[in-house]
Design a protein around this ligand. Structure first.
Ligand code: FPP
Length: 232
């Protein structure tokens, strides 16, 4: 019997700030180190034949952080995609974004749109960045679209079901995640994929995200694979 591999893994990349502090570095240096860990996890997903990886890169709550940290987090995608896009093309990786990108700074939005456009024909791993994302705002924006459909009589309210609703979510083209991993020791979902995580396994690691590596990622997936073996 071949090993079950999840279609979709999602990660709450927590602990960057504490990682920086614990090394006498700034929080932003922690975020940069987090980006490097992220690259390794992306490679692990390609190696393991996982189809979708969603990464919680910036939540709508993150705007309340100090301005220099927010500015750095907005600059990171610009730097990251500039450097990494050719490699993503070679690896056949497709970039998607979930979140309200309309209110990102111009340079961030342009970098993200360029990455999505340039990789749109790739059919390997999908890396979906949750950027300016929150689960509640995802549901709310979906409700706005839904109400328009009801007003335009595209759907009768009695026919409304989960499938119809989820076509309006940011993640509409993606399967629900089977696993949500959170690093950094806290055991909370933090407004991440709250609709999509209904059936997901939750896996918590105490390791700060910059120290999360391929082995720890494989260990997390193996835990869930074990449960699937027992379940079937
Ligand atoms: C949470 O750690 C992490 C974030 C708010 C940002 C995560 C972003 C990255 C790893 C890089 C994103 C890069 C791109 C290209 C989109 P925290 O700051 O809350 O850590 P703490 O709990 O220790 O304070």
């Amino acid at each position: 019997m071949s090993l079950w591999v999840p279609n979709h893994v999602a990660i709450i990349m927590d602990g960057n700030g504490r990682w920086g502090k614990s090394r006498g570095l700034s929080r932003s240096e922690g975020h940069f180190a987090g980006t490097q860990a992220m690259e390794k996890i992306i490679d692990a997903c390609v190696e393991m034949n996982i189809k979708v990886l969603t990464l919680y890169a910036f939540s709508t709550e993150n705007w309340s952080r100090p301005a220099d940290e927010v500015n750095y987090l907005m600059y990171l995608p610009v730097k990251f995609f500039n450097k990494k896009l050719p490699g993503f093309m070679k690896k056949n990786i497709r970039i998607l974004v979930s979140g309200n990108i309309a209110s990102l700074p111009d340079s961030t939005r342009k970098a993200v749109i360029k990455a999505v456009e340039q990789t749109k024909s790739n059919d390997g791993l999908i890396v979906n960045f949750a950027l300016n994302y929150s689960g509640r705002s995802d549901i709310l924006q979906a409700v706005r679209h839904l109400v328009l459909d009801i007003q335009h009589k595209k759907i009768d309210i009695n026919q409304l079901d989960e499938n119809y609703f989820q076509q309006f979510l940011y993640t509409k083209t993606l399967p629900d995640p089977e696993i949500i991993i959170r690093t950094g020791g806290e055991k909370r979902i933090s407004n991440f994929l709250i609709w999509q995580s209904a059936q997901a396994e939750l896996y918590f690691s105490d390791v700060y995200f910059p120290d999360f590596n391929k082995d720890l990622f494989r260990k997390a997936i193996a835990e869930v694979q074990k449960k699937h073996r027992i379940g079937f």
